[in-house]
Design a protein around this ligand. Structure first.
Ligand code: FES
Length: 123
């Protein structure tokens, strides 16, 4: 937040204390519903409007991925994949991309910044 032009794009959304690691928080900012995630101290913001049929995309189960290698099947990226509660479409919290069809579907993302214990989104 070093210059006025940047500050104009920032919207206060919450105190960082309200979003501990592993948690999420859905906020309304100027008619946009945005889900905030804290993954081990890194913040991510996604539109909460599902690109399938408009469900609350970021309010479902928060889990990971089954990854198959040559000799094993393991559970990876725990807490980084969110499932829309309406029909189960899964999205990558870090990128907004649909897990199975990343080139086809994606939730809009928002930059989340922390300053002096407060969280802001930029748009
Ligand atoms: S509305 Fe989200 S999966 Fe259908």
């Amino acid at each position: 937040m070093s210059d006025a032009a940047d500050a104009d794009d920032l919207h206060f959304v919450a105190s960082a204390d309200d979003l501990p690691p592993g948690d999420r928080l859905v906020v309304d900012v100027e008619n946009r519903e945005i889900a905030l995630f804290n993954l081990d101290g890194d913040y991510y913001g996604l539109s909460n409007y599902c690109v399938h049929q408009g469900g609350p995309a970021c309010e479902g189960r928060l889990g990971g991925l089954l990854v198959e290698t040559d000799d094993e099947l393991r559970y990876d990226r725990r807490g980084e994949i969110v499932s829309c509660p309406w029909h189960g479409w899964e999205f990558d919290v870090k990128t907004g991309s649909h897990v199975a069809r990343p080139d086809q579907y994606r939730l809009p993302t928002y930059e989340v910044l922390e300053s002096d214990g407060d969280l802001y989104v930029r748009f």
